[in-house]
Design a protein around this ligand. Structure first.
Ligand SMILES: Nc1ncnc2c1ncn2[C@@H]1O[C@H](COP(=O)(O)OP(=O)(O)OP(=O)(O)O)[C@@H](O)[C@H]1O
Ligand SMILES: [Mg+2]
Length: 337
């Protein structure tokens, strides 16, 4: 059977008898524990005049141009579990399509991201996970010949509206890439970079931010005696944790992480997973991972993508233990992918 003609499976029994995927963590802190948001986080990305831009407008960015929708986009509806819809959503994605030239990479994505939760994006290589993540903070603007239509909204504001401040957008939706990208400067300056750009000059404050962020990224003990040394002299795994520290030091609302642990050893991976786990409540995390155990351990919700489509999206425990669609089951049990 191909994935396209898979049928829903009503009331499926537990599919994880093979024991290949661990139980998701149950001791999840809920959003009610979240501290007050700082006033800076409530700043609009765009003037209110543009906040209610139509859902199909992309606002005319230089590289990204809209295309008309075609009926073929609606080939398969996403199976979205009710629990996702019951949450408060920080990001909403509506009928979002993306083409790289003639290649239709994202098909009619409809997805709401719960606030203060960790959502994992899973799916086989090439299914569009990174493309979707990059679209959220408009990194695809930098790619030639990209065309989008549909809408993405951050706290109700159209991310692709004409007058959106893309720099501000990327501050609010910080990104950690699969390949680390430390700046050619000291470890200290890397971590506090966003704070400096924002005008923070108080050395003590910057030191506090640096230590807290490096501790959060499980790197403090390894670098505390060489903060003025070059970030480029760190090992690959250390550089990746430095980039995570830099991202959290900027205090984004949403942390977008594209396979952040793929270059890390098991110990560093465990530390970063602990970090991601501890961020819930304070931050919304959208994380791409190929590691099912990781998705299962760190996320509240899991979204399964295949061939550019969002197939099934629901609570992590349900996606792994009781998926509604056979293609989800086939993927999470390792039958393909
Ligand atoms: N800059 C680009 N130009 C053209 N095609 C691209 C570009 N980036 C990605 N694609 C294509 O879009 C599709 C989705 O790619 P994407 O990188 O989003 O997949 P992915 O799910 O992140 O895969 P992986 O798990 O291997 O990282 C692929 O077919 C890929 O070849
Ligand atoms: Mg990718």
């Amino acid at each position: 059977m191909t994935l396209r003609d898979a049928k829903p499976i009503p009331n499926r029994p537990d599919v994880r008898d093979s024991g290949t995927v661990p139980e998701p963590r149950k001791d999840i802190e809920r959003r009610g524990d979240a501290p007050e948001r700082s006033p800076q986080r409530e700043r609009p990305l765009i003037s209110r005049t543009f906040a209610a831009a139509p859902a199909t407008s992309n606002g005319g960015s230089s590289a990204v141009t809209p295309r008309d929708s075609t009926p073929s986009y609606a080939a398969q509806r996403t199976e979205t579990h009710a629990e996702v819809e019951a949450e408060t959503h920080v990001l909403t994605i509506e009928h979002f399509n993306l083409h790289y030239g003639k290649h239709h990479a994202l098909h009619d994505i409809n997805m709401n991201i719960p606030e203060g939760m960790v959502t994992a994006l899973i799916g086989p290589s090439g299914c569009g996970k990174s493309t979707l993540l990059r679209s959220v903070n408009r990194l695809n603007d930098l790619v030639d010949n990209v065309h989008i239509d549909g809408a993405m909204r951050f706290r109700g504001e159209n991310i692709y509206a004409k007058n959106v401040d893309v720099i501000e957008l990327r501050k609010r939706l910080g990104m950690v890439f699969q390949k680390s990208n430390p700046f050619p400067m000291s470890i200290f300056e890397n971590v506090v970079y966003a704070r400096r750009i924002a005008g923070e000059r108080n050395r003590r404050t910057l030191r506090e931010v640096c230590e807290k962020s490096l501790r959060g990224a499980a790197l403090w003990d390894e670098v505390k005696d060489r903060l003025d040394g070059s970030a480029l002299a760190l090992s690959g795994g250390q550089q990746q944790r430095l980039c995570i520290a830099r991202a959290i030091a900027a205090e984004p609302d949403v942390l977008l992480m594209d396979e952040p642990c793929s270059a890390l050893d098991p110990i560093a991976t465990a530390k970063v997973e602990d970090l991601i786990y501890s961020l819930r409540g304070r931050y919304t995390v959208l994380i791409v991972t190929h590691n099912m155990q990781q998705a299962s351990r760190v996320s509240d919700y899991t979204a399964f993508m295949y061939l550019g489509r969002l197939i099934e999206y629901g609570p992590t425990a349900a996606i792994y233990q009781n998926p509604r669609l056979r293609q989800t089951e086939d993927y999470v049990t390792g039958r393909f992918g």
